[in-house]
Design a binder for this molecule. Structure first.
Ligand code: PEP
Ligand code: MG
Length: 594
């Protein structure tokens, strides 16, 4: 029910996952995260002590900076609060208590520290004294800052505290947070930060939860319990909608439900153009819960299995056996259709608790994906063994993420060769001819596609990263969203080059980035000769309709013309206007994917 006497406010952000949610806002405190218990070995004690010291020193720097900023803005009195916070950081008793316990209890710095904090809070809670109460609040505040530094990007929000259907409003939601929402009753989510192809947006799509990201100050504008509407198609959030607006959106929601019901009745007709070019439409896959959607939308295989999500929200690394069982399960569920397992793609915006990555200034350009696997070879080999073993069930392929050229491909294949040899020696069955592909997501890979094609069995173009690395635009940064142009001539030329190199070498090429699920852009990819598309399962019906609505020869001509244009915007305008003429009934509704 809309609340009276509060004005309706409309916020505009980035449409991340389609659909409409109408409900009550639940403001997720940035600081409400789970602190896992983690036992350490003797030789890790010094490391944990050093991490604790580092977290304290970072917190000190942070508080000094805030204090200086507030003082500069004239808030001298307010700035004094931070003196009390700085005193907490010099509290010898507190610090020594934590250090002693790290040594004696052999637990990670964050687990010990959070327990000590709780103990302080319990003691203070019993004392009825205003001074003590204030001091307790200071310790709590500073404590959260220290924990934030100790846990870095591996923090996970505690969604278990949620009761009932709510729309989550948070400054940020990490990809690992997003996957834990799978079995929670969450109607939608909105965040201050994030871009259209950030992994959080991708997971929102997989969950089928409407999401608007990058609203910049949603957490300041929305209060807990506010009624809000999230329109994930347009990237709009309405706070305190009046009755008329609510009515309008309820009707719209109903229309979407009807439409989705109708497209879900997928025709048995093949995925082919009007002049008979057959295209494979596959699904991207992150977690088991998606299998029903993969089946419902009749994906012709899994074109991208993002295995890193299997490593998230747990304290230990998954064992070879666990991974083998998981990969085998999906291979068997999809058989005889293909399942392409991507090796671990950590770093960038995806982090896990079991591998503590050093903080980097620009993580997307740092130790990410294949680079990390080549550094952490034990972890890589365990995964390769599991994938190879799964390859004896169903139709399994494997690909490496973020390859920048033949050197890395050879290094990865060298390790794969060794792992295969060990399996052979132990008589463990695997498919000797398991296809091994390369993801083309770095411009260097697209430019060397002719060389790479000679040393692998297929390509899969990861446009989410290819766009970010080509245009130097952080895919998760809402402030750069206007520069993130899938139709930019540089991107289209690299894709064209990659497809030609693949076909010259007689190998197949797929696109598994979000570009594949945008019907306007998908027609360009089709026209460039792409063999298969992989996308979140719910996008399949729309792309199927797009493919079936056009002649391949027309798509080729459109792609040719689009590649002569100068900007991403020109490309999108050209395509929308041409497609509206060619297939008016379809493109009237689907001009752009939300
Ligand atoms: C991509 O980069 O387009 C891709 C499919 O991989 P991810 O989104 O997981 O980085
Ligand atoms: Mg990628």
């Amino acid at each position: 029910m809309p609340k009276k006497n509060k004005p309706e406010i409309v916020l505009k952000g980035i449409p991340a996952a389609s659909g409409i949610a109408i409900g009550t806002a639940f403001l997720m405190d940035q600081q409400d995260f789970i602190v896992p218990e983690r036992a350490i070995f003797d030789d890790e004690i010094l490391v944990e002590l050093a991490r604790f010291e580092e977290a304290i020193s970072r917190t000190k720097d942070e508080i000094i900076k805030i204090k200086e900023k507030i003082t500069a803005q004239g808030g001298v009195k307010d700035a004094q609060i931070f003196d009390a916070h700085l005193l907490v950081l010099e509290d010898v008793m507190l610090i020594e208590d934590v250090e002693k316990r790290i040594r004696s209890e052999k637990q990670s710095a964050e687990s010990v520290f959070s327990r000590v904090l709780k103990r302080y809070a319990q003691v203070f809670a019993k004392i009825q004294d205003d001074y003590i109460k204030e001091r307790s609040a200071d310790i709590e505040d500073v404590g959260r800052r220290i924990l934030k530094h100790l846990m870095g990007e591996t923090r996970t929000h505690d969604f278990d505290q949620l009761a009932g259907d709510v729309i989550i409003v948070a400054h940020d939601i990490s990809p690992s947070d997003a996957v834990t929402m799978f079995d929670k009753k969450i109607m939608g989510f909105v965040t201050d930060v994030g871009g259209r192809t950030a992994h959080t947006a991708i997971i929102a799509k997989s969950l089928g939860v409407p999401a608007v990201l990058g609203l910049k100050d949603a957490t300041l504008r929305i209060s807990n319990q506010d009624q809000i509407i999230v329109d994930g198609r347009k990237g709009v959030v309405i706070i305190n909608p009046d009755e008329e607006t609510t009515e309008l959106y309820l009707k719209e929601k109903e229309k979407i439900a009807q439409y989705e019901g109708s497209v879900a009745q997928m025709p048995d007709a093949p995925n082919e153009t009007q002049d008979g070019r057959r295209i494979l439409l596959m699904a991207n896959f992150e977690m088991d819960g998606e299998i029903p959607a993969v089946k419902k939308y009749r994906a012709e295989g899994i074109g991208l299995y993002r295995t890193e999500f299997f490593y998230m929200n747990r304290l230990d690394l998954p064992t070879e056996e666990e991974q083998y069982q998981a990969y085998k399960k999906i291979a068997e569920a999809m058989s005889p259709n293909p399942v392409v397992i991507r090796t671990l793609d950590l770093g960038g915006d995806k982090f896990i608790s079991s591998i503590q990555l050093p903080k980097e200034m620009t993580p997307f350009l740092g130790s990410r994906a294949i680079r990390l696997c080549l550094e952490e070879q034990d972890i890589f080999k365990t995964q390769l063994r599991a994938i190879l073993r799964a390859s004896s069930h169903g139709n399994v392929g494997m690909m490496y993420p973020m390859i920048a050229g033949p050197g890395e491909l050879r290094a990865a294949n060298g390790i794969l060769k060794g792992v295969k040899q060990r399996l052979r020696e132990k008589n463990i069955p695997f498919n000797e001819n398991m296809p091994v592909g390369v993801m083309i997501e770095v411009p260097a890979a697209a430019m060397t596609a002719d060389l790479l094609a000679k040393e692998c069995n297929f390509f899969s173009i990861g446009t989410n990263d290819l766009i970010q690395y080509t245009l130097a635009v952080d895919r998760g940064n809402e402030k750069m969203a206007q520069f993130y142009e899938p139709g930019h001539p540089a991107v289209l030329r690299l894709i064209r080059r990659t497809i030609s190199a693949a076909h010259d070498a007689n190998i197949k090429v797929s696109v598994c980035g979000e570009m594949a699920s945008d019907p306007t852009l998908a027609i360009i990819l089709l026209g460039l000769g792409l063999d298969s598309f992989s996308m979140s399962p719910s996008s399949i019906p729309v792309i199927k309709k797009a493919v079936r609505s056009i002649r391949f020869s027309d798509a080729q001509e459109l792609a040719r013309q689009a590649l002569r244009l100068s900007t991403g915007q020109e490309v999108e305008e050209f395509m929308t206007s041409e497609l509206t003429k060619l297939v008016p009934e379809f493109y009237h509704y689907h001009g752009r994917a939300a």
